[in-house]
Design a protein around this ligand. Structure first.
Ligand SMILES: *Cc1c(COP(=O)(O)O)cnc(C)c1O
Length: 386
């Protein structure tokens, strides 16, 4: 079976993990701050806060920006549920902004209209969370202009987009956003097994996130509210969590980061091969690429026109039967039962729903071969003709 995504680990990664496993530090040793500094430096951000998942990073990013019960957070319905659950963890309300059918990313025109309406009824969001779907950067410049005009923060859910670039700058540099979150789950571009990181250029938010990932505890005398009792002393000054990344995971992350560029070159070359082959087929449309961006190609997605739900399901089933583990990203978040119970309903975000009916994710990962790409295209074309 050819999976839709897969980690790529080599001898160096194994060595890095084994060395850390046999060192004095399994967790909270030197590898975590080293990984934080290396990734922040790579992306051109000042601070990195490593945690045990992107989900945790999104949660503490929302908290660092002060999200609470009376606040509103908007995100894209074409994403993994973590993009919106983070706001619910904080007691805030969630709403979605419909997507551009061609790119799968949040539609900036829809966002502007929704903001204008929200301003009239005094219900503006405090944070908007764009998702760089499949690794392709959103239109961040337009988003930034709207953020200034309407006064909201931007947290990028860049779980798909480590190493991606927008107008020449790495996603995570903070040029157009306040906090940027990456995921290191094995299906993503580089892995730490489970893991995530938040990048920011704001020292106060970085400090807050550091505290929140570790129980709300600080060892920093400067922020303590009372005199130290002695060298063992620490203070809990907020209600935090245990969201820490281990040193073993960070050592793997550092080793994987060395190969990021190579991974992205391979992913882009494979995607270009798919694009070339699909250009022969009128009813199979790859995601439209943003000319301002360099995609990290976490996913390779095509849309297939005039497809019934049954045909969609049959196609994915038949591909899997022939050894191609096709997938679908994403079931719109507002269609999940949990979100329906919050009041969302079918028809709320029509582009995300249409997109969902048409989308198929095909295999893309560094070890995939050009021959396998050709095989996938051939089988897909045969299946669609049937
Ligand atoms: C994978 C993913 C997450 C969650 O990442 P974890 O590290 O598994 O918590 C959040 N948002 C998006 C868009 C993702 O793809």
């Amino acid at each position: 079976m050819i999976p839709y995504g897969r980690q790529h680990l080599d001898e160096e990664d194994v060595k890095a993990v084994v060395e850390t496993l046999t060192s004095n530090w399994l967790t909270q040793g030197p590898a975590v701050p080293k990984f934080e500094a290396a990734l922040a430096d790579y992306c051109g951000a000042e601070f990195g806060v490593a945690v045990n998942s992107a989900t945790s990073a999104l949660h503490i990013a929302c908290l660092a920006l002060g999200i609470g019960e009376d606040d509103l957070v908007w995100t894209s319905p074409n994403s993994f549920v973590a993009s919106s659950n983070c706001a619910l963890y904080c007691g805030a309300s969630v709403d979605f902004v419909d997507i551009d059918l061609q790119t799968g990313n949040m539609c900036m025109k829809a966002l502007k209209q929704k903001l204008e309406h929200a301003q009239n009824i005094n219900a503006l969001p405090k944070v908007v969370i764009p998702v760089h779907f499949a690794g392709q950067p959103c239109d961040m410049e337009s988003l930034h202009v709207l953020a200034k005009q309407f006064g909201f923060y931007v947290i990028e859910d860049a779980s798909h987009a480590i190493g991606a670039k927008y107008k020449g700058a790495f996603i995570g540099s903070g040029q157009y956003a306040d906090i940027c979150v990456f995921s290191f789950h094995p299906v993503k571009i580089i892995t730490t097994m489970e893991g995530g990181m938040a990048l920011t250029n704001n020292s106060e938010w970085a400090e807050k996130m550091r505290m929140l990932r570790s129980h709300g505890i600080t060892n920093n005398p400067e922020v303590m509210t009372e005199e130290s009792h002695g060298p063992w002393y620490y203070q809990q000054i907020s209600l935090g969590f245990n969201y820490r990344m281990t040193d073993v995971e960070a050592a793997l992350g550092l080793s994987q980061l060395n190969k990021l560029e190579e991974f992205l070159e391979k992913r882009n070359a494979l995607a270009a091969h798919y694009d070339r082959l699909f250009s022969e087929y009128e009813n199979i449309t790859p995601l439209k690429q943003n000319t301002d961006g360099y995609s990290s190609y976490h996913l390779y997605v095509v849309r297939i026109d005039s497809f019934t739900d049954k045909q969609h399901a049959d196609l994915v089933t038949n591909l899997r039967e022939q050894g191609i583990f096709a997938h679908v990203h994403y079931i719109p978040i507002h269609m999940q039962p949990y979100y329906k119970n919050l009041g969302f309903k079918l028809g709320d975000f029509p582009n995300a729903e249409t997109y969902y009916q048409q989308a198929v994710t095909l295999p893309l990962f560094p070890e995939l071969t050009f021959e396998q790409v050709e095989f996938v295209v051939k089988i897909l074309a045969e299946e669609i003709k049937r």
